[in-house]
Write a protein that binds this ligand. Structure first.
Ligand SMILES: *[C@@H]1O[C@H](CO)[C@@H](O)[C@H](O)[C@H]1NC(C)=O
Ligand SMILES: *[C@@H]1O[C@H](CO)[C@@H](O)[C@H](O)[C@H]1NC(C)=O
Ligand SMILES: *[C@@H]1O[C@H](CO)[C@@H](O)[C@H](O)[C@H]1NC(C)=O
Ligand SMILES: *[C@@H]1O[C@H](CO)[C@@H](O)[C@H](O)[C@H]1NC(C)=O
Ligand SMILES: *[C@@H]1O[C@H](CO)[C@@H](O)[C@H](O)[C@H]1NC(C)=O
Ligand SMILES: *[C@@H]1O[C@H](CO)[C@@H](O)[C@H](O)[C@H]1NC(C)=O
Ligand SMILES: *[C@@H]1O[C@H](CO)[C@@H](O)[C@H](O)[C@H]1NC(C)=O
Ligand SMILES: *[C@@H]1O[C@H](CO)[C@@H](O)[C@H](O)[C@H]1NC(C)=O
Ligand SMILES: *[C@@H]1O[C@H](CO)[C@@H](O)[C@H](O)[C@H]1NC(C)=O
Ligand SMILES: CC(=O)N[C@H]1CO[C@H](CO)[C@@H](O)[C@@H]1O
Length: 883
């Protein structure tokens, strides 16, 4: 059987884009008008069907053992037990934010899924790590891996099977997007390497990573219909992110491919629709792209209440329903008993439920949970030691030990301090203002953001306020702080250790007091912030997404008040992403500016390490700091634009987000993507380009095996009823049928091909986790010499950009980087392997990656706009070209 995937180029791709691409494949002169249309996207664009759902491939390198163990496990299961593995027990049904059913017959406990991407949510004795968007600024593979590994070990020791993170969706299309800070960077390569390292770190600790939210989850507003209704928007469906095929592949999918290649055991599908099909039942994206083209062998889990159908979601590639009930606390599920029934009545083929269960267990074995798992020792709903086991409405009143208060932090605080300091970006430093010595005559510290809130660091549930110093955003992507070292505390300790003078004003409206202290200070340090979070909490009218990009809490006025009186003012920004600094950044009284992101529990110590020079700053901006919000050109969709239907969010800018847009439109930013200073200086020289012999790109061909069917199941309906004398828990979701039903095995109405378990043709761009293995062939090695020309050891993030050269390509795209430690007067070699993928464009016509014939240049330097070295990549021989 051939797959039913043809004839979709037309629906996914604006026809002009395909024309442009053909042109850029054949036209070597590069003389085309540079105003050729960007790929773009259209309203009402639709997502084509893709069936059947690809089954697990037991020959997948890296996964063979895990799949064999998973198949052996699943083979012994009854249908009810398989259904139990796939379906959550319902909101508040068990200890974790999500749990599936257990398999008591085999002593196999309920799998536990728990937030968040920056540490364990809703527990105690856990660490609060720096946010993803903050550590992105370290550009440091070691930091990402270590942070992931530290987090993973904490999840493991609390008895959690799946960490609900890391995040690469949102990628950060709009700087106002509420959850951007949970992810890494709007650049797909920076995000891709960061997510891969994080996944590896988490999973090496024996916990399954759940990379999320797949895909196009770029704004909070309209992400869920009921939430939008709650904010007064009368819409019947969630927003549709309309993304064309080129932009999908070259931008939003890119880091997901890296996560899959790194072995992520799980992927969470998103609330929003993509091309007018819900993220958790979009067969093109789940079956075709994720499990087909990217060769994902793990399981797809729904976001909480992101499932909108039963049979359709299973056939479209969803493997686990979270938290299991259709809507929280309804006791009703699209799966559970419905899934049992759908398999028994022949609507869902046996191979499909087997594949769902196998994928879940394969992830489990892949990370070695069979060897390291401990029973869950906390409960997410309650901090008390004793309490109800099940807090679902109508649950039994079984009561007992629910929180063992296991301290899982080891000494992760040391790494947290180091990682946040390494992620701090020095934006301005006039005449060596920084580092300070601690012996300044009079230090003034200003701003609410300098000190921990009087409500305490965890004073607002899920950090849903902007009280005190900002060290994480709000929503489900948070953790409780075990402590929060405020900047004022750390700076005061520093000054007091020298018996110096320090005074602070931490009320942003105390103008008289601010003026008085600023007038005396020989150095003033002003702390300001800007917050955002998840859509279910609104803070100061910011319904998850930010209303604007200005500083919060009167921050601009605070800065102005200080600079009026103090000619040596250092500004420290804690923010979720870009903020507008145009009003003050070039004020001559501002002698230094630092972006410190969302640093986590050691905030004060981390910034003090930078301010006092114990750590030489080496972070670089993972986004652009622009003069105006309009400069970004990719604002949020703020008003419904489709009546009561799904708001249509057309990603018309295609690939041109963040620096790619600034380059394209010739807009001068204030501080560009990749920018950051050090206390020392660096020089770049000696660019070398070494071509490697490589074979032509070979599209994957051939057929898969048939869908594995594991075990048999009884057709006796009495076997599926609740066991005798079974005590139901509250609104728990069970796999059992309420009464024996006659199952008609008639011809159910399902999408064409969706039940076909016969061998399927392989996908040309696929073939292994992350896509066609030849995409990762190294075509060139580019190197350069980086010298430390200053007087102290420093770390430089050297960056490599490529110009792919086509008329609809960005001017330059990041393709490599390394954070290098170089002693004063010393030098080192920066080296990047450029893969075929790095040099390819997605061709929607051939549905594969191609190297176009446009000239390709490389640029090496210190930021996206400071690129002193460049050269041309010269292709030769038959390896050229993608087809
Ligand atoms: C399914 O899971 C529930 C909840 O853990 C459990 O009570 C039940 O016994 C399980 N059923 C089977 C058939 O394993
Ligand atoms: C099965 O799903 C339907 C919605 O499709 C729901 O109305 C029904 O209550 C579900 N059955 C169970 C037992 O949850
Ligand atoms: C089979 O069961 C599913 C789930 O309850 C239901 O949606 C579907 O209509 C049933 N089909 C037949 C043919 O009975
Ligand atoms: C904390 O934030 C909430 C919500 O914004 C606000 O109402 C409250 O006054 C703040 N508390 C303090 C101590 O700042
Ligand atoms: C932007 O939003 C913040 C947070 O709600 C608010 O403090 C600030 O006043 C707003 N700025 C403008 C210019 O409206
Ligand atoms: C800079 O600070 C000095 C006080 O040291 C003040 O006189 C001057 O007006 C300030 N300049 C600006 C631009 O605020
Ligand atoms: C700031 O003002 C003081 C006193 O007026 C002066 O000594 C000092 O040099 C000035 N500093 C800068 C950075 O301009
Ligand atoms: C149950 O029914 C299905 C569909 O008719 C059939 O393929 C399967 O062999 C039956 N299983 C058993 C154990 O009889
Ligand atoms: C169910 O409970 C009743 C009363 O406790 C008992 O008599 C009966 O034997 C039980 N049935 C089964 C199948 O365990
Ligand atoms: C010294 C100074 O600049 N004070 C100003 C602080 O900000 C308030 C509000 O804008 C002004 O009224 C003060 O003059």
């Amino acid at each position: 059987m051939k797959r039913l995937l043809l004839a979709f180029a037309g629906t996914w791709v604006v026809s002009a884009a395909s024309v442009t691409l053909i042109e850029r494949q054949t036209n070597n002169s590069a003389s085309s008008n540079s105003s050729s249309p960007a790929p773009g996207a259209q309203s009402e664009q639709t997502s084509p069907p893709f069936y059947p759902s690809p089954w697990i491939d037991s020959t997948t390198v890296g996964w063979q053992d895990a799949i064999a163990e998973a198949q052996a496990f699943v083979k012994q299961l009854t249908l009810l037990e398989k259904v139990n593995l796939t379906t959550g027990v319902g909101w508040e049904g068990e200890a974790c934010v999500g749990n599936v059913g257990a398999i008591p017959r085999l002593g196999f406990p309920s799998l536990c899924m728990q937030d968040s991407p920056l540490g364990i949510r809703n527990t105690d004795y856990n660490s609060a790590f720096p946010a993803g968007g903050t550590v992105a600024a370290s550009w440091d593979r070691g930091v990402w891996y270590q942070r992931g590994n530290d987090m993973g070990s904490e999840f493991r020791d609390k008895g959690i099977d799946v960490q609900l993170g890391p995040v690469v969706g949102p990628l950060g299309r709009s700087p106002e997007g509420g959850r951007n800070w949970e992810g890494f960077s709007p650049d797909p390569v920076l995000s891709g390497i960061a997510v891969a390292q994080t996944v590896k770190g988490i999973q090496a600790a024996g916990v399954v990573a759940c990379t999320k939210h797949y895909i196009g989850n770029e704004q909070e507003r309209f992400r869920q219909q009921p939430e939008a209704q709650g904010y007064g928007f009368d819409i019947n469906e969630a927003l549709s992110s309309n993304i064309d095929d080129i932009t999908l592949h070259e931008l939003y999918l890119w880091p997901f491919a890296d996560a899959v290649r790194a072995g992520t055991g799980s992927i969470m599908c998103s609330y929003n629709q993509v091309n007018n099909s819900y993220g958790c039942q979009n067969s093109y994206l789940l079956n075709g792209i994720l499990k087909g083209e990217l060769g994902f062998q793990g399981f797809v889990m729904s976001d909480w209440q992101a499932q909108h159908a039963g049979v359709a979601t299973s056939l479209a590639g969803l493997d686990m329903s979270m938290p299991g009930d259709t809507v929280f606390n309804t006791g009703v599920s699209y799966w559970g008993a419905n899934l049992t029934r759908a398999v028994l009545n022949g609507t869902i083929p046996e191979w499909r439920i087997d594949d769902m269960a196998t994928r879940i267990m394969a992830a489990y074995y892949l990370v070695g949970r069979d060897k390291v798992s401990v029973p869950t020792n906390f409960q997410t709903w309650n901090r008390a030691t004793f309490g109800l086991f099940h807090v679902q409405p109508n649950a039994s009143d079984a009561y007992g030990l629910i929180n063992q208060h296991v301290d899982v932090r080891a000494e992760h605080g040391r790494n947290i301090r180091d990682h946040a300091a390494k992620s701090t970006v020095l934006l301005k430093n006039v005449d060596g203002t920084l580092p300070l010595t601690g012996k300044e005559k009079f230090t003034g510290v200003f701003g609410e953001d300098a000190d921990v809130s009087s409500w305490g660091p965890n004073g607002s549930p899920d950090r849903g306020s902007d009280n005190g110093t900002l060290a994480m955003g709000w929503g489900s992507g948070t953790a409780e702080f075990p402590y929060l070292v405020g900047p004022l505390t750390a700076i005061q300790n520093e000054v007091a250790s020298h018996y110096g003078v320090i005074q602070s004003v931490t009320n942003n409206w105390a103008y008289g007091q601010i003026a008085k202290v600023a007038g005396q200070a020989t150095v003033s340090i002003v702390f300001v912030n800007a917050d955002s979070g998840e859509g279910y909490i609104s803070v100061d009218g910011n319904e998850g997404d930010r209303k604007n990009l200005t500083l919060w809490r009167n921050g601009d006025t605070l800065i102005q008040n200080v600079t009026r009186r103090s000619n040596n003012t250092i500004v420290v920004i804690h923010s979720v992403g870009p903020v507008l600094i145009d009003a003050w950044y070039n004020n001559p009284n501002i002698t230094a500016i630092l972006w410190a992101g969302l640093p986590g529990e050691q905030s004060g110590n981390s910034i003090a390490d930078i301010l006092y020079g114990r750590i030489n700053p080496g972070g670089k901006l993972p986004f652009t700091l622009a003069k105006t919000a309009q400069d970004y050109g990719t604002g949020l969709l703020r008003e419904p634009n489709n009546g009561k239907g799904a708001p249509q969010d057309n990603f018309v800018e295609g690939n041109f987000i963040d620096y790619r847009r600034f380059d394209k439109e010739g807009i001068e930013p204030i501080y560009e993507f990749g920018y950051g200073l050090s206390y020392t200086s660096f020089a770049y020289s000696n660019l070398q380009i070494t071509p490697h012999a490589f074979t032509p790109y070979v599209p994957t061909t051939g057929e898969t095996g048939p869908a594995p069917v594991l075990g048999t199941y009884s057709n006796n309906t009495a076997d599926y009823e609740f066991p005798a004398n079974f005590t139901k828990v509250g609104l728990y979701i069970y796999p059992y049928l309420n009464s024996s039903t006659v199952f008609e095995n008639d011809s159910p109405e399902v999408p064409l091909g969706s039940t076909d378990g016969s061998p399927q043709s392989k996908i040309p761009a696929g073939g292994a986790p992350g896509g066609n293995p030849a995409l990762y062939d190294v075509l060139f090695t580019v190197s350069a010499t980086i010298a430390n020309t200053g007087r102290i050891t420093g770390e430089e993030v050297a960056q490599l950009y490529v110009s792919l050269g086509g008329p609809s390509d960005p001017l330059r795209v990041l393709r490599g980087f390394d954070r290098l430690s170089i002693a004063a007067g010393g030098s080192t070699t920066f080296s990047v392997d450029l893969t075929r993928r790095d040099l390819s464009n997605w061709d929607p016509v051939s549905q594969n990656w191609v190297i176009t014939r446009y000239h390709k240049n490389v640029y090496v330097g210190a930021s996206s706009r400071n690129l002193p070295l460049n050269g041309t990549l010269t292709f030769s021989g038959s390896g050229y070209g993608g087809q």
